[in-house]
Design a protein around this ligand. Structure first.
Ligand code: ADP
Ligand code: MG
Length: 714
């Protein structure tokens, strides 16, 4: 390498194949490829899973029965034989300077080959006494090679690919040695490094792979974890600023009379959180650039009122408002709620003698009759319709708005970024309407910063006063299930209503799962648990008209029980319903169960949620237990993150390479927030990172083409 070459960037490292490393023949190269390690960058980002601190290893002479320890030794001999019951038994003897230890493996025939005489191994386990001597049965063994250092990295290895942790360590060491001459570039500004006392990137990569002390490895981890978070945040903040700069928005007049009148006529006082979020939104609406805000609020927190304030702010300034919901049932429900909350509000209209006309709210879904639809469509184009509520019919081709000012999208996770963009394009001229996304699936704040990092976030973290928390219990067996149906009958006899939710429609869909129609028959039919009650049925395959009719009956109290699929998951609001039964509850996710439970407990009446059915897996059991234990959506979101891991969360929005290898959205919460702050500072000082092309290039490399994709679509 010529002298004076610049330090290696991540892109440079990504351009060097692992085949260039020592001892990396074709077989090894393809084995590494199987582990997704193709380039030196991949290799350097294949971080140790843990470290062994050899000062803490036990000496074989001093082992005690039943103490969990690790020992390091050399294999003296290994042999396998069959037991009388036909199992393979591998016996290995390892030694250190102080003594010997026998290892016994059942049904792991490969250990004989793997633990060949002369190899250095790290053995974790609990010695037991057998025929007078100590031995370990099925211990965890890492082949670390002939390491001399005090700290030994243990890499995620692949039994299948046949690459051992010590082989990875050797390749990594070789790669790092060869980076010495040029060094590894560090594009993060020195000022930031000093502020948080971070080691440089080259040192960090060395420190994470071959630390001299555990402290060095944790400092290295802290630095590299920050880099991951910073890259994501820079991308998000840049995206957000780009929108703010490059889009023209409306500057709405806030604090107008119409919103005031609406609020003063509500039958309840706003919660503190509602007031705060309404103000946050008003401040955005008054700004000339388009709002791009996410409102998170637990089930029942009162998001609709807040959304209405935003929509009415548009209307009082002669613009239109649109609310898009993910399903017809939900759109209808919103329409219904809005009409009743809005009452007989009127809109200024100089063409009228009395100077005003009634506010006009329309519903637009795919299944509306042709005449209704025509009326709504014409009214939107002429401006006579002030607020429209609907499904994705709102973004159908050819639908025109005279002056769309504010868009609210409910349950964003069901729509794509693209759909948001389409609706935004419906603004007057090249002006973008303000956008409020609301979600009832709270995700932890720091996760929100990452997953929805291009949106501002408001949190409705307070339930209206006087709500009694929903009591939740889990009926695992038939005996307990009997009590659930008795509870439903009791509630109905007191004039209350109940939901029964089932996971799928026909039995044919998933064998052995109770279908909604079948459950309906079983419960309501002759001799059924709910025989004699008025039981309605609702699922995705009934016709829209019938669906609306059934919901109407339930709402009016003409049905006692509604058996349905999750079409009622979100938004349905019948305060008199106080019992929720979820059949086969183990098949639902935490967020879904919490949503379903949110359908009850919507008044001062005490409500109960019954989860019915056995949990098929340990994870399902943990989910159900979490839902029983907590009523707090944010807490449950944390539990969910814990159970499912963050991959799923990121997966919803983040395609391509997942850059979060070290950072954990749940463990490293403060660092997410810090990275966000630093990113805001950096982007505000240098919006396109023009002064730091190295960092910009690295973001592109690590986060893929998402940005390009996004910019083209906007
Ligand atoms: P969600 O946040 O789940 O969408 P909604 O907006 O549907 O909640 O509100 C749930 C119920 O609470 C509705 O019946 C609504 O009218 C009522 N509500 C909203 N805000 C308040 C409040 N501040 N006090 C009492 N009830 C409220
Ligand atoms: Mg709602």
């Amino acid at each position: 390498m010529p002298e004076g070459d610049p330090p290696l960037s991540l892109r440079d490292l990504d351009a060097i194949g692992v085949d260039r490393l020592k001892n990396a023949g074709p077989k090894r190269v393809s084995a590494l490829a199987e582990m997704e390690i193709r380039t030196v960058l991949d290799l350097l980002q294949h971080y140790p899973r843990r470290y062994l601190d050899r000062t803490r290893q036990a000496r074989m002479a001093e082992l005690e029965a039943d103490d969990e320890v690790f020992v390091v030794g050399r294999v003296e001999r290994s042999a396998s034989r069959r037991t009388r019951r036909g199992r393979t038994l591998v016996e290995v003897v390892v030694t250190d300077d102080t003594g010997r230890l026998k290892l016994v493996f059942f049904n792991q025939p490969w250990q004989e080959q793997s633990l060949r005489a002369g190899r250095t191994v790290v053995v974790h386990g609990r010695p037991t006494r057998y025929q007078g001597a100590l031995q370990m049965t099925n211990p965890v063994v890492d082949l670390v090679g002939d390491r001399t250092g005090r700290i030994i990295p243990v890499y995620p290895q692949s039994e299948k690919a046949g690459v051992r942790t010590w082989q990875i360590a050797d390749h990594v060491a070789n790669a790092l040695d060869r980076c010495e001459a040029r060094g590894i570039a560090d594009p993060v500004p020195g000022e930031v490094l000093r502020r948080f006392d971070f080691v440089g990137r080259h040192a960090a990569l060395n420190g994470i792979h071959r630390p001299a002390t555990l402290r060095e490895s944790s400092e290295a981890r802290r630095r590299l974890m920050f880099d991951e978070l910073l890259r994501v945040q820079l991308e998000m903040v840049r995206r957000k600023r780009w929108l703010e700069r490059n889009t023209a928005g409306l500057s709405h007049a806030t604090g107008g009379e119409m919103v005031d009148r609406f609020l003063s006529r509500l039958p309840f006082p706003l919660t503190g959180a509602q007031r705060r979020v309404i103000d946050e939104i008003a401040a955005d609406l008054a700004e000339p650039h388009p709002m791009h805000r996410l409102m998170q609020g637990d089930v029942g927190a009162g998001k609709t009122v807040v959304a209405l304030c935003a929509l009415l702010t548009a209307v009082q300034g002669r613009f239109q408002g649109a609310l898009m919901a993910p399903t017809e049932v939900l759109a209808e429900q919103h329409h219904h709620t809005m009409v009743s909350l809005l009452g007989d509000l009127s809109v200024a209209d100089e063409s009228r003698l009395d100077g005003e006309r009634p506010l006009r709210v329309e519903l637009l879904t795919g299944s509306r009759g042709a005449a209704d639809r025509r009326r709504a469509v014409a009214g939107l184009a002429s401006g006579e319709v002030d607020v429209v509520v609907g499904t994705h019919a709102l973004i159908s081709e050819g639908l025109e708005y005279r002056a769309l000012g504010v868009v609210v999208i409910d349950e964003q996770h069901r729509f794509g970024v693209e759909q948001r963009a389409v609706l935004r394009d419906r603004g007057p001229g090249s002006v973008m309407p303000d956008l409020l996304v609301m979600t009832a699936t709270p995700i932890p704040r720091t996760a929100a910063m990452t997953v929805y990092g291009d949106l501002d976030v408001s949190v409705l973290d307070e339930l209206p006063a006087g709500r009694t928390p929903v009591a939740t219990s889990w009926a695992r067996g038939p005996l307990e299930e009997g009590r659930v149906w008795a509870a439903v009958r009791a509630a109905v006899s007191e004039g209350r209503q109940a939901y029964v939710v089932c996971p799928v429609i026909d039995e044919s869909e998933v064998l052995g799962v109770r279908s909604v129609t079948e459950t309906h028959e079983e419960l309501a039919g002759e001799g059924g648990e709910l025989a004699g009650l008025r039981v309605g049925l609702l699922h995705g395959r009934v016709s829209p008209g019938e669906k609306e009719a059934t919901m109407g009956l339930f709402r009016s109290g003409a049905l006692d029980v509604l058996v349905s699929t999750t079409v009622i998951e979100v938004g349905v609001d019948v305060p008199n319903a106080t019992v929720m039964v979820v059949v086969d509850a183990g098949r639902f996710g935490i967020a879904q169960l919490h949503q379903l439970r949110g359908r009850v407990g919507r008044s001062h009446l005490a409500s109960h949620c019954h989860l019915v059915g056995e949990a098929a897996t340990e994870e399902a059991e943990a989910r159900l237990e979490a839902v029983v234990a907590s009523n707090d959506g944010f807490e449950l979101a944390e539990a969910d993150l814990e159970l499912r891991g963050e991959g799923t969360l990121m997966g919803e929005r983040q395609k391509g390479r997942n850059d979060l290898r070290l950072a954990s959205l749940r463990r490293d919460k403060e660092w997410v927030a810090i990275a966000r702050e630093v990113a805001v500072e950096m982007v505000d000082a240098d919006p396109d990172l023009r002064r730091n092309p190295a960092l910009a290039g690295e973001i592109e490399l690590m986060l893929g083409d998402r940005e390009a994709e996004f910019l083209l679509k906007s």
